[in-house]
Design a protein around this ligand. Structure first.
Ligand SMILES: *[C@@H]1O[C@H](CO)[C@@H](O)[C@H](O)[C@H]1NC(C)=O
Ligand SMILES: *[C@@H]1O[C@H](CO)[C@@H](O)[C@H](O)[C@H]1NC(C)=O
Ligand SMILES: *[C@@H]1O[C@H](CO)[C@@H](O)[C@H](O)[C@H]1NC(C)=O
Ligand SMILES: *[C@@H]1O[C@H](CO)[C@@H](O)[C@H](O)[C@H]1NC(C)=O
Ligand SMILES: *[C@@H]1O[C@H](CO)[C@@H](O)[C@H](O)[C@H]1NC(C)=O
Length: 953
């Protein structure tokens, strides 16, 4: 029983608490009738959010707020001076981000302005891009008031000197796309000319700003009209609009007064777009023959939510005369003027007069309709009108006593009030306004229907596209859609993964006309367990019906995450080569420190891919690209993962980098100093995939071994006694020569320092061989009649061989090889010539084969890509040397043996039979050697390969 009682009292208590908490908000409604009070407390209070900011600095007073478009609430504060109600000329700002983080900016700078009393800000501020703010203030120069600006960053640092912005009344505003910078527009002078200066956004790193362009807006037909009012506003695509009102000048044109068709009032608009030097010719958007007292702009024009251009609210002051009663009175009416980006008139509709109050405001809302607000001494209330001006039921909001300041986050339709500061505490009450259009509220964008993936969805890393469905038919335009990886550290910038412009042909609109498909590169979602977000810039798409640019999606709103990856297989280190573009090649060649150049590039790679810096290294090799000799190839090593569970394997990193290079223009590679110098038209190529690389080479060697062995056996069958080994020498020598020639023509230019040595060791041996060849022929022809007979039988062949002997003197051996028992190959050469050939061969090894092998070795070590021809040259060079050394030493052995026999049997003549037997012994030896050689060929090759692999690691 007691328990029940306790629960009951609890219940009563909770109920009372709920009721009383409701009354807190309903109490705040002061002047509206009871009915509205009840409605307002019922509909909005449940979503209201109270935020209390506690200022740690004793004595700082609340001044002002800015609701930045990125969702940051900026609160300006100041110390009061000793004169009561005045503030000190310092700048204090509190940034409360969407995530709730608070930053404090306290500038150590005394503004050169007069003290302002009472508590009005002496400085104003405009957020520029993330991390930079422009603080503006008025300073009197010799009695003329001018506006200056000071760029500061979020770390309370001042960037550069104060900038002169113009006269005190200059219009100053940031582009709706913060990265497009800001503009300042002077009030028009008596000739209707308003000068504008467009400045860049602060540099991301240095914070410096620069003037991009300047020019003037002008007003037409000023002789018969006077300029009454002008107004500036921001355009969806990042540009600026200039709107002005002209009134007929009766004094200048008195004769026209009685013309019933005379347009007394004219409203023009002119647009200034990014990248143009002059604004569009002013378009007439409204004119009237009515003799109104006055037309004024009430607030800057805003973009319509449904892609029907811009809406401007104007006040028409008219005097109404009742002739019957002989009475007249003035009335003020509110109109919305709508026009398109082309300057075409769209509509002019009256907005019902708001209730009479001392101060009220009319704001057009992003989600449709208008917010009417009435301000009282320490309270406010308001309600929403539909587009046609009718009242939206249950749309009231109100802020009770104690509220001193109001503002609004336009992007998410959230109005807020700030209560009078008590001690260090500032209470901020946020009230989301009802939305006429309830599309895309989670995207802060009324024209978006849905996206794939949805917000907070978890997707696989292999998705190939993302889509955005709009709620109207769209066409692609010029602005970008970008994907970022959210940094775990909220104070650090996100990492750009890819960025594609609407007109890049990579995106497309589906057949339904509503859905935009955006491709995803394989390298984009390459970090598991990471959060990514998509930023859609304004003017990424335009409406099909009117070509009006549509607003996009701000950063960190369309967020989703990537599923964990499966553990990858281990992958060996990989080496790849990439090409620099012309500018990059020049910069590299002229870089004072090339190693540093490459190191910087690798550092940028590691940030952009992203991957640990230790995973990327370089061997410092570079070369000219054979296929594009002006350009440089550099190589990059991707080291193996130390822990395959947590790190991507080297092959994955290689693949990512490869995609990013191919898509350079669409990735962060194109935004970094060094990586932007990469030539995306040349793919990243793997230089260390041995099997693929040398597969053709292996095939060639196997095939040629088979062919040569077959030839050899045929030769032996046909002529068991011939010098069959000669054909091998010749074949090797010719293959080697061909490889060397190809190397000289194609490859050696990639390593300039080798060009001259290579030429020397290519040409000199040819001359030497020629001399040897001629010597032999001349000697044989002059001293040896049987040779002359043979020679005259085959003049063409023999001259051809003389030519070939230029390659290597031992080619002549073939002529006397008696190969296949052919007469043509049985030139009778003397022993002297054979001896000469042997010596020639030895000299060749020294002046040709070994130096060329060395050159090719050096080449191998200094290039980035190593392809077939140099491999062939290197391998054949090695083979030729081995072949020659073995054959020469063998021949020397035979000769030595021969000579010893000669000495030993000096008294008796060597019988022909014994000579024959030596000869056949020699041949048997030869055969064995060749079989062995074939074996060595393959062994040589495998050794070659393992040598390379150790070198490249
Ligand atoms: C609108 O944005 C502000 C600032 O980021 C935030 O504090 C507020 O909660 C948002 N309102 C809604 C309804 O999301
Ligand atoms: C403020 O700046 C002045 C000089 O500009 C310097 O001497 C002083 O130490 C600074 N104060 C603080 C708190 O940083
Ligand atoms: C306008 O720009 C030009 C260069 O484009 C520059 O020389 C000139 O000084 C600028 N004028 C003003 C008023 O800033
Ligand atoms: C409307 O115009 C008349 C005559 O110019 C002026 O006296 C009156 O103050 C104006 N009313 C408002 C609300 O601007
Ligand atoms: C857009 O809104 C205006 C009112 O603001 C309305 O008159 C018009 O019909 C709407 N257009 C479309 C295409 O929805």
């Amino acid at each position: 029983m007691v328990k029940l009682l306790i629960s009951f009292t609890h219940l009563v208590f909770i109920c009372c608490f709920l009721v009383s908490s409701q009354y807190v908000s309903s109490q705040s409604i002061s002047s509206r009738d009871i009915l509205l009070q009840n409605e307002s407390s019922q509909n909005a209070s449940s979503q209201d959010m109270l935020y209390t900011y506690e200022e740690p600095n004793e004595g700082l007073k609340f001044l002002n707020t800015v609701a930045n478009s990125d969702g940051t609430l900026m609160i300006q504060m100041a110390f009061e001076s000793e004169d009561e109600g005045c503030i000190l000329p310092y700048f204090h700002l509190r940034l409360i981000e969407k995530t709730g983080q608070v930053r404090r900016i306290d500038l150590n700078y005394t503004f050169p302005t007069e003290e302002a009393c009472p508590l009005t800000p002496i400085t104003n501020f405009t957020p520029l891009t993330y991390n930079y703010i422009m603080v503006t203030y008025i300073k009197s120069d010799n009695g003329i008031e001018n506006k200056y600006g000071l760029v500061i960053n979020y770390s309370s640092e001042i960037i550069g000197e104060p900038i002169y912005l113009g006269s005190a009344s200059v219009y100053f505003d940031r582009s709706i796309v913060p990265e497009k910078g800001f503009i300042r527009i002077e009030k028009p002078n008596e000739n209707g000319i308003a000068t504008w200066n467009w400045h860049s956004a602060p540099d991301i790193i240095t914070g410096e700003i620069a003037e991009i362009s300047n020019g003037t807006f002008y007003v037409p037909s000023l002789t018969t009209y006077t300029l009454v009012d002008s107004s500036n506003f921001v355009l969806i695509d990042g540009g600026f609009g200039y709107l002005f009102i002209l009134k007929h000048n009766e004094r200048m044109n008195p004769s026209a007064i009685n013309d019933p068709n005379l347009q007394y009032w004219r409203v023009y608009v002119s647009f200034l777009r990014e990248g143009t030097d002059s604004p569009t010719i002013p378009s007439l958007v409204y004119q009237s023959t009515k003799k109104l007292n006055n037309i004024e702009f009430m607030s800057p024009c805003t973009a319509s939510y449904n892609a029907t251009g811009y809406i401007c609210i104007m006040t028409f002051n008219n005097t109404i005369t009742d002739r019957k009663r002989n009475q007249s009175w003035t009335e003020v009416n509110y109109y919305q003027l709508g026009f398109l980006s082309t300057g075409a008139f769209e509509r002019l509709d009256i907005i019902p007069k708001p209730t009479n109050s001392s101060s009220f405001d009319l704001t057009s809302l992003l989600y449709g309709g208008f917010l009417v607000t009435n301000y009282y001494a320490k309270a406010m209330d308001g309600y929403i009108l539909y587009d046609d001006g009718s009242y939206m039921p249950q749309s009231e909001i109100s802020f009770g006593p104690g509220f001193v300041h109001y503002n609004m986050f336009k992007r998410n339709n959230t109005f807020f009030g700030v209560k009078k500061q008590i001690g260090n505490k500032i209470d901020i009450l946020l009230k989301p306004l009802p939305r006429i259009i309830n599309h895309g509220s989670e995207y802060d964008n009324p024209v978006i229907d849905s996206t794939k993936p949805a917000i907070n969805e978890v997707v696989g890393s292999s998705i190939e596209e993302i889509t955005i469905k709009y709620d109207m038919p769209v066409k692609l335009s010029t602005a970008n859609v970008s994907i970022y990886q959210l940094n775990d550290d909220p104070f650090k910038p996100s990492l750009l993964r890819q960025t594609i412009s609407g007109d890049s042909k990579l995106c497309n609109v589906g057949s339904d006309n509503y859905t935009v498909h955006i491709p995803i590169f394989k390298s984009t979602f390459n970090q598991p367990n990471s959060v990514y977000y998509v930023v859609v810039e304004n003017n990424f798409v335009i409406s099909q019906a009117r070509d009006e640019p549509l607003i996009g999606i701000k950063e960190k709103i369309w967020k989703f995450s990537i599923k964990p990856f499966e553990v990858e297989q281990h992958s060996d280190p990989v080496t790849g080569s990439f090409r620099l573009n012309e500018e990059g090649s020049l910069r590299f060649l002229h870089a004072p420190n090339r190693a540093e150049f490459v190191q910087n590039m690798i550092q940028e790679f590691s940030k952009i891919i992203p991957v640990n810096e230790e995973r990327l290294t370089t061997n410092g090799k570079w070369q000219y690209d054979p296929s594009s000799p002006q350009k440089i190839l550099l190589s990059i090593n991707i080291n193996e993962a130390e822990d395959d569970k947590t790190e991507p394997n080297s092959r994955t990193i290689y693949d990512n980098l490869s995609v990013m290079i191919k898509r350079k223009d669409f990735t962060a590679l194109s935004n970094s100093e060094y990586t932007s110098l990469i030539d995306e038209s040349a793919p990243l190529t793997m230089t260390q995939n041995y099997f693929e690389k040398f597969f053709p080479l292996i095939i060639i060697f196997i095939v040629s071994s088979i062919v040569l062995t077959t030839l050899y056996f045929i030769a032996r069958q046909l002529n068991p006694g011939g010098r069959n080994s000669a054909i091998f020498e010749t074949a090797f020598v010719i293959i080697d020569f061909a490889a060397d020639l190809a190397f000289t023509l194609n490859n050696v230019k990639n390593v300039p320092k080798l060009m001259i040595p290579n030429m020397v060791f290519f040409v000199v041996p040819i001359i030497v061989n020629c001399l040897f060849g001629l010597n032999i022929f001349i000697f044989e022809i002059t001293n040896h009649p049987s040779f002359v007979i043979w020679f005259s039988q085959f003049p063409t062949l023999s001259s051809m061989f003389t030519l070939f002997s230029a390659i290597d003197i031992r080619v002549l051996n073939t002529l006397s090889s008696e190969l296949f028992g052919l007469k043509i190959l049985s030139a009778p050469l003397t022993q002297r010539s054979r001896k000469l050939m042997l010596w020639g061969s030895v000299i060749n090894i020294l002046i040709e084969d070994v130096p060329q092998l060395i050159i090719q070795g050096i080449y191998y070590n200094s290039v980035v890509t190593y392809d077939l021809i140099p491999s062939l040259a290197l391998a054949s060079g090695g083979l030729v040397i081995a072949n020659k050394l073995i054959l020469s030493s063998y021949h020397a052995l035979v000769r030595w043996h021969h000579r010893r026999n000669k000495i030993r049997d000096s008294t008796r003549h060597l019988s022909i039979a014994s000579l024959r037997s030596i000869k056949s012994n020699v041949e048997i030896f030869n055969e064995k050697k060749i079989e062995q050689e074939n074996y060595y060929e393959e062994k040589d090759l495998t050794e070659n390969i393992s040598y390379e692999s150790t070198d490249w690691e």
